[in-house]
Design a protein. Structure first.
Length: 120
């Protein structure tokens, strides 16, 4: 048992969902009013949904606001992104979601508008 929360009534809403575990397990323990009998329910497994946030624009102008294209989210197990320029050349690729793109290509800021076309 990870935690025990006393509940009264017929419903319970967990307001402290885990930020680290995608799979949550719940089991109900019921104790009689006099404490002489205890019963346990079956374990229920709940999958928290995958959350991925990919911005549709960023401004790599050095002002400290939205200067890096970063993919954020929760419960991402694997990650891959490629950013292409208008001529179809890959200007940025990464499989590390902690590695964002600062808008540069071959050490220069891109003059063309890139088109992110593939993320998995």
């Amino acid at each position: 048992m990870v935690s025990s929360i006393p509940v009264t009534g017929n419903t319970y809403t967990d307001r402290n969902l885990s930020e680290e575990l995608q799979e949550l397990r719940y089991r109900v323990r019921v104790t009689s009013g006099n404490g002489n009998a205890t019963s346990y329910s079956n374990t229920v497994v709940i999958q928290q949904p995958l959350q991925v946030h990919i911005p549709n624009a960023f401004t790599p102008n050095g002002d400290g606001l939205n200067d890096v294209l970063e993919v954020k989210g929760r419960f991402i197990r694997s990650f891959s992104i490629k950013v292409y320029n208008g001529m179809g050349q890959v200007v940025f690729a990464s499989d590390d979601r902690n590695n964002g793109w600062d808008g540069t290509y071959q050490a220069n800021h891109s003059q063309q508008e890139p088109m992110p076309t593939k993320s998995t």
